[in-house]
Design a protein around this ligand. Structure first.
Ligand SMILES: [Fe+2]
Length: 382
């Protein structure tokens, strides 16, 4: 017997101006709302004000928790959950990039489940978290529709991947207007994160027909629109396509997992604070080169989705075109090109590799890496 599960219970509202629907959506879940957001950007862009107005127009009580840092920590989740519990919060509105959304998921879970967030690194969450309405302001993580959150345990220097139905948002609101203020490098890094989700889900050992449809469409949308969004942040069509593309990638990886790129990216973030999207971007071309022998047919389809002409080519040659297309897209983003440039110490590579190889994501990689092969990949991009 062999069967697959594709889970997507999220109500999705998308398009220009859709942010104003947040109040109406929240009404059904209770009176008291906590907005979980970062310290600056949602205030600077006016997004926070729009959300507050919409909630208040619908006669809801609003508490703002704006202490989420980049790569949210265990401590932030603990503080947020304590505040939410003390105030009797009914619903959480997550507003921001992947960090705000991930923190909101952790807080939602810890309002209803006992113990500490670290208890759920290995154990499933027992109870559904508080309802979440997720409003992304970057186009990368797909966190608004996924069942995963990444919370950093700064004491143990690890990024915990916590997942389950308990933290899937109830509603996702994707308004491209919220992403136009994203700086170039954030657009590039988050976009490369989304591309990595799509490609890793597509070649994953547990991909399935439904995830493959979403993954390949995501690759198409992201590879066409990411350079446009990086070049001109106000290109609203490119911004809209990026939001949709990263959401499709979210559907794909939420059901088919990510793989070796993410396994190797997480220690770069935990040890050297390399932004998640940037870490993936640096690793993606070289890891795909390593994976190529194990997934040539799929890489030919990746090449086609990225606009390459494979007509008349052998599978072998077509698969190389995918690697070239990924490398070219990475170069177009203007992101740093080596681990050295982003402050990684060469003497740490063995330790990074030892962390990466025990990640659960490795299990879904089409080609099983040895410790030495992971070290080699880090060294090649050093
Ligand atoms: Fe990611």
């Amino acid at each position: 017997m062999s069967y697959s599960i594709f889970q997507s219970p999220v109500k999705i509202i998308y398009g220009v101006g859709s942010i104003i629907s947040v109040g109406k959506e929240a009404v059904g879940y209770g009176k008291k709302i906590m907005i979980v957001t970062g310290r600056n950007s949602s205030k600077r862009t006016g997004a926070l004000q729009k959300v507050v107005e919409s909630l208040k127009e619908n006669k809801l009580e609003v508490l703002i928790f704006d202490e989420v840092e980049s790569d949210p920590s265990v401590k932030t989740v603990r503080i947020g959950a304590e505040k939410a519990k003390a105030e009797g919060i009914d619903t959480i509105v997550a507003l921001g990039g992947g960090s705000a959304l991930d923190a909101a998921k952790g807080i939602s879970a810890m309002c209803t489940n006992s113990g500490d967030i670290t208890d759920y690194e290995k154990n499933p969450l027992d109870k559904l978290g508080l309802p979440i309405i997720a409003i992304p302001t970057t186009a990368g993580t797909g966190s608004e529709i996924s069942k995963f959150t990444v919370i950093t345990d700064t004491d143990r220097k690890i990024k915990m991947l916590i997942g389950g139905e308990a933290i899937i948002p109830k509603v996702a609101i994707l308004d491209p207007c919220l992403t136009v203020m994203m700086p170039k490098h954030v657009t590039a890094a988050t976009g490369m994160d989304a591309l990595t989700h799509a490609i890793e889900a597509y070649i994953s050992k547990v991909s399935q027909p439904m995830t493959e449809i979403y993954a390949i469409k995501a690759i198409e949308l992201i590879s066409e629109n990411l350079p446009k969004a990086v070049l001109d942040g106000e290109n609203i069509k490119a911004r809209e396509n990026m939001l949709i593309g990263q959401m499709y990638a979210g559907f794909a990886f939420s059901n088919a997992s990510v793989a070796l790129v993410h396994a190797m990216a997480r220690p770069l973030g935990a040890y050297f604070d390399v932004e998640h999207g940037l870490a993936n971007a640096l690793l993606l071309p070289m890891v795909m080169e390593f994976n190529r022998p194990a997934c040539k047919e799929k890489l030919v389809k990746v090449a086609v989705a990225m606009g390459e002409n494979v007509e008349g080519l052998s599978t072998n040659d077509g698969s190389y075109l995918a690697i070239e297309a990924i490398k070219n897209l990475f170069l177009e983003t203007g992101l740093p090109k080596s681990l050295r440039e982003v402050g990684v110490l060469k003497e740490s590579i063995k330790e990074l590799a030892e962390d990466a190889i025990v990640s659960g994501s490795v299990l879904f990689n089409p080609r099983k890496p040895s410790l030495q092969e992971i070290i080699n990949i880090y060294e090649k991009i050093y």
